[in-house]
Structure formats: C-alpha cells, structure tokens
Design a protein around this ligand. Structure first.
Ligand SMILES: Cc1ncc(COP(=O)(O)O)c(C=O)c1O
Length: 394
C-alpha cells in the first residue's frame, strides 16, 4: 500500500492519531472529580508501558502510578524541559557535583540546566561523535560525584548513547543516573530497572505521538527518598510549581497538585493506548526498521551521516547535505512535495537535515517520503544513483 498526501517526517512533534485528537476535543470536566481520576489512571498506566516498567491497572483507586517495581510515574504539565527541570531541581543540592557528557544540543541543555541547581563537570564531545567511555570511567573513578545526567537519544545529532555501559559504570561507582529520554522512551529500548536509572524523562509529542505541552517522569524509590531527605535537611534548590513533594503526595490519589493540562492528558492517554495496542517492542522494531532503511538508503546514495556508525539512533537520522545544497532544499521539499523533515541547529544549520522515525508514522509514509526527497535532490541538480527505495524498508 502506498502513502498518499503529505509526509511528516520530523523528530517531534509528530502527527497525532485521530483518536488522540478526538479525545482532546472533549467538553470540560473538573480537575478534582472522578472523571479526571479516570483520565489520570489511564495516563499513568499507559506511561508505565511506554517507560518499560512494571504494569499498572488503568483504573482509579488502584495506585495506577505505581507497579511491582519501585518506580512511580508523574505527569508534568509542561514540555519535556519542565519535566527535566523537576527532576534536576529536586534531586540535587547546590553543592552536588554532576558529570554531564554531551555530544549535541540537548545534552548541552542538560548541562546548562544543571548549572542552575548544582555543580557541573561538562565533558563536551564534538557533535556526532560517541562519548569517550574511557574518559567517563576515569572521571567517575576520581570519586565524589553525586550524579551523572545524559541526553540518552541526542535528537540534534542522531545519536543514541551506550546506556548499558554508562549505567554499569554509574552502578559500580555508586553514582545516580538521570536520563533525558525525551526522544527514546516509546521509540527505542529503554530499561529503567535493569539499568538502575533513578529518573527517566519523556515528552508526549515525540515517540509516544501525544500532544505537545505535557511530559512525564519515572522515578525510583531511591530518588524519592533523596528528594525528601534534601528537603528535610533544608538544603534544596528553590522551586515551587515543579516541587516534586506535592506531586508525590497527590499521585497516590490519581491527582496532581495544580490544575492539570486536562485535555492534553486525555489526548496523551489515548495515544498511549495506541502504543499499548501496537506493543512496545513492535513499536521499537518499526522505528528501527524505518531508521535502518533511511540510513542504508542515504549511505548508498552517497550521503554522509553525522553520527558515528555504532551510535546511530533509531528515532532520528542526521544526514549531511551534499556540496552545493542547503536548507532551500527543505523549503522546496515542503512546497513542491508536501514533505517535511527538519533542519539542523546551531553551527550545523544549513549543513544537514534530520529525518524522524518515531511515533505512529507508517512505513509507507517513510518510503514515500524518501522517494520525494530523492526527487527533490534531483530537481536541485544532484546526480544521485538510481536506486529502488522499497527494498530498503523490508
Ligand atoms: C532529546 C531532547 N531533549 C529535550 C528536548 C526539549 O523538549 P521540549 O521541547 O519538550 O521541552 C528535546 C526536544 O526536541 C529533545 O529532543
């Protein structure tokens, strides 16, 4: 079956399914009544599936935010950045030392954000290069680290960090690990319990195909205990809206401390039901199949990929423009071929484009989008080899 109409292949916000849109077009309900508790229970249960932690029932008064492991999920009204701020501001004290390796824009933002709440040691790697795990090990071995925070899937450069190795090192050195998993949760393998991650952050608009402006965290008991202890010691960073303690108090009752983003929560709960129905691992596989096809196709066409070979992400691919092409290609692709991909950030602006392979994007749309990208490169005078696109996506 071929795809007709526009192709929307950006690494978030992604297209929302009709049931998600319909769920948001619901008349107002109160934030404190049983109807909203039903919404929260469905949302919490769906989030536990996306986070790949133990399940809970999508029913109010059953402790839907918790499961059989020691993780709890908390929905945050705000985008992924707000959820990340909730984690960092509450978990660390101003004198804590945090190691932050980065290889792209979003990792750098993690470092920047932590600098407001704690002391950061920023290990800055070139955009697109994998972390030097030897250097990280060396740093960790020097001791005295309270935590390490990474952007697990670096959307700006198309890199997935080696979380298994990093988690093993953090575990060995007794260092708390925090993941910005905003473009990995729901799109590629994340194993919070196995990796013993203290906090994982996701944004709705990425791999879970929910609406923009709502996010969530999954935190383990150690994280919760630490936040409480810091508050008791009177040594916490200032915060109010993002204070985790009231959120923890209300969570048990399928509630939030402040007025929640009610309609966004309804939409996200529906999108997470789609994820549950597809199956988490099936979604990971579909994203991987799309990304693998894009990587192989564009490599065979002679393009250079930004990310180091063994670090390439399955939810976003960063592809360098050939000589003589810039972002005017993207404008033409959108105007003449109704196909959207995204550009680059900062110093790579105009030098590459990024293709998202996340959310509910069907394989056919990716295949059709790639065909149109090739046509558009041809229109702009690129002499590309004549390749059949479909076989790259089976
Ligand atoms: C990896 C990563 N972290 C953080 C963010 C920021 O998230 P938000 O825009 O939802 O605040 C993004 C957004 O693209 C991202 O891709």
């Amino acid at each position: 079956m071929s795809h007709e109409g526009a192709c929307f292949l950006v690494p978030g916000p992604v297209r929302m399914a009709q049931n998600c849109l319909d769920a948001m077009a619901t008349p107002t309900i109160t934030a404190r009544g049983p109807e909203y508790r039903d919404v929260m229970a469905r949302l919490n249960s769906g989030l536990r599936c996306a986070f790949n932690i133990s399940p809970s029932k999508p029913e109010k008064k059953t402790g839907s935010w918790a499961g059989e492991d020691d993780y709890k999920v908390i929905a945050v009204s705000g985008s992924g950045t707000a959820a990340m701020e909730m984690v960092l501001a509450n978990r660390f004290r101003p004198n804590d030392r945090i190691l932050v390796p980065t290889n792209g824009k979003f990792g750098e933002r993690v470092a920047q954000m932590i600098s407001r709440f704690a002391i950061v040691k920023h290990l800055e790697y070139e955009w697109g290069r994998a972390f030097d795990l030897g250097e990280i090990e060396e740093q960790l071995a020097r001791g005295n680290w309270e935590g390490m925070a990474i952007c697990h899937n670096e959307t700006s450069t198309g890199i997935t960090q080696d979380a298994v190795e990093i988690a093993e090192m953090c575990g060995r050195h007794g260092v708390s690990l925090i993941l910005d998993a905003i473009t990995s949760v729901g799109g590629l393998p994340v194993h919070p319990a196995e990796w013993n991650v203290e906090a994982v952050v996701v944004g709705a608009q990425k791999c879970t195909a929910g609406p923009s402006g709502i996010a969530a965290i999954a935190v383990n008991q150690k994280f919760i205990d630490r936040c409480k202890a810091i508050r008791l010691q009177g040594d916490s960073n200032p915060n109010y809206y993002l204070d985790i303690l009231p959120a923890l108090k209300k969570g048990e009752d399928d509630q939030t401390p402040w007025t929640p983003a009610i309609n966004l929560a309804m939409g996200w709960a529906a999108a997470l039901e789609n994820l549950k129905n597809e199956g988490l691992e099936s979604r990971w596989s579909r994203c991987a199949m799309m990304a693998n096809g894009v990587r192989n196709l564009f490599t065979d066409l002679g393009f250079e990929l930004l990310a180091d070979e063994y670090s390439r992400s399955d939810t976003v691919t960063a592809i360098m423009y050939p000589e003589g092409i810039d972002d005017s290609w993207r404008t033409r692709l959108n105007e003449e071929y109704q196909t959207q991909v995204i550009g680059a950030q900062d110093h790579l602006k105009g030098k590459m484009f990024r293709v998202g392979s996340m959310g509910e994007t069907p394989l056919d749309e990716m295949v059709e989008g790639c065909k149109r990208m090739i046509l558009c490169f041809n229109d702009m005078g690129c002499d590309l080899p004549n390749l059949e696109v479909d076989p790259y996506f089976v």
